[in-house]
Design a protein around this ligand. Structure first.
Ligand SMILES: Cc1cc2nc3c(=O)[nH]c(=O)nc-3n(C[C@H](O)[C@H](O)[C@H](O)COP(=O)(O)OP(=O)(O)OC[C@H]3O[C@@H](n4cnc5c(N)ncnc54)[C@H](O)[C@@H]3O)c2cc1C
Length: 395
């Protein structure tokens, strides 16, 4: 029998971890499938730690190891390139409009993108915060502003969700006294989906840093040096040096183009087994899939969900190819963590509430354990252990 070809599109929390798990499952020698992971980037990004690049608490190699390194000791083939087309009938994936790959099972895990077309001028002038490139660009601009002669650096952050608040605290700590930061959100409060403990802790961190909150306020336009906001039907335009945009999660043009069932937000409709509706050979997970928990509640687009789905996705592909019953995905909420400035965090979950440096250490350890391979965990762990020593010697 010819080898089954499993093609995984997107090497993020959903795709990479599915590939790694698939490679570990017990395949009979003659059944070992060909696993190909395709990503447009050459690196996996552990996005919950992206904020640490702004404050230089972490370096790129720690949070974004190259796929070549992660997959070195596996039988997974990595194909770098952008998937531009998927022919569902022909079971074929096209990379960069050139390379064609045939599949027997397809895993769709291309994640989301930040929509910058909601407000006039956002595309041209606002800084999104999702990819490594976004973090580098934001950091460069912040550095320029920090080194300028200006007394104050005025930063507006659109969005008072997890990303907006975490970014605001990091930027504040990077700029220090020179920073004048505001968070703009259309809601009546920030972090409306967070636990009460985390929300309170975040508000404290915001207050300590004198970050201004513009609540019940709609951002209406952004220019190179200003932001317009609507509050109670009145529009105010104020000068700013930098606008960071953290709002929204959209599926990519590739996902939109697929002739597969989607909900009104464009998310792929899936069965509890993570198979796409009416297509048993296609699995979808992570930010592009509409997934519900056991009580029927729509799950948020988080790494925690994608990571847990990856286990089920890999298992179900294995079961499918071995004529075994498939499992229905069951989500286990393990709590939530946020970074609140340099060397500080908040954590609540599994009956535990922690803040400050205790939460900072716990968050680091939990994320260390979640890094993709044992080898990478050990290298990063060793670096984190020796770093305080190096800093002490330099001092
Ligand atoms: C700054 C930030 C902080 C976050 N913090 C947290 C947190 O603390 N906790 C939490 O649970 N979640 C967090 N999230 C959300 C979490 O990162 C996502 O929910 C998670 O990454 C989704 O996994 P995914 O596999 O669907 O997509 P991703 O991890 O985004 O991976 C998608 C991959 O697909 C690739 N790709 C996309 N299109 C193509 C294409 N056409 N061809 C080839 N490759 C393609 C991309 O390069 C990417 O590598 C955060 C997100 C951000 C941006």
């Amino acid at each position: 029998m010819s080898k089954q070809r499993i093609c995984i599109v997107g090497g993020g929390f959903g795709g990479l971890y599915t590939a790694l798990r698939l490679a570990q499952l017990p395949w009979e020698n003659d059944q070992q499938p060909e696993i190909t992971l395709i990503d447009k980037s050459d690196r996996f990004l552990f996005s919950p730690l992206l904020y640490e690049l702004i404050t230089e608490e972490l370096q790129t190699w720690e949070i974004a190891p190259p796929f070549a390194e992660i997959l070195a000791d596996t039988n997974i083939t990595f194909q770098q390139g952008c998937v531009t087309e998927i022919n569902i009938e022909a079971q074929e994936v096209k990379v960069d409009d050139q390379i064609s790959l045939q599949y027997d099972r397809l895993v769709m895990a291309t994640g989301g993108k930040t929509p910058l077309d909601i407000v006039t001028g956002a595309k041209e002038h606002a800084f999104p915060f999702r990819s490594l490139e976004d973090a580098y660009q934001l950091k460069n601009r912040l550095k320029q502003l920090a080194e300028s002669d200006a007394d104050k650096v005025r930063v507006a952050i659109v969005g008072g969700g997890y990303s907006g608040v975490e970014l605001a605290c990091k930027i504040s700590d990077f700029l220090g006294e020179k920073g004048k930061i505001r968070i703009i959100d259309r809601g009546e409060q920030i972090l409306d989906k967070a636990s009460e403990f985390n929300q309170k802790s975040a508000l404290k961190a915001i207050e300590e840093r004198k970050i201004w909150l513009d609540l019940a306020t709609e951002t209406t336009a952004i220019t190179a040096d200003s932001i317009s906001m609507k509050f109670k039907e009145q529009i105010d335009t104020i000068p700013v040096d930098l606008v960071a945009w953290t709002v929204g999660n959209q599926v990519s043009a590739l996902t939109q183009s697929l002739n597969l069932e989607k909900n009104d937000r464009g998310l792929l409709k899936i069965e509890p087994t993570l198979q796409v509706h009416n297509h048993n050979d296609i699995y979808a997970l992570g930010d592009i899939a509409e997934c519900f928990d056991q009580s029927g509640k729509l799950l948020a687009a988080t790494a925690q969900v994608a990571f847990q789905q990856s286990d089920y996705c890999a298992w179900n592909i294995w079961a499918d190819l071995n004529q075994k019953p498939l499992l229905s995905f069951r989500y286990q909420p393990l709590g939530e963590m946020m970074t609140l400035g340099k060397d500080s965090a908040v954590l609540s979950g599994l009956g535990l509430n922690l803040e400050g440096s205790a939460a900072y250490i716990a968050r680091r350890l939990i994320y260390l354990y979640r890094l993709p391979t044992l080898k990478h965990q050990l290298t990063v762990g060793l670096s984190w252990l020796t770093q305080p020593l190096v800093e002490m010697l330099n001092f």
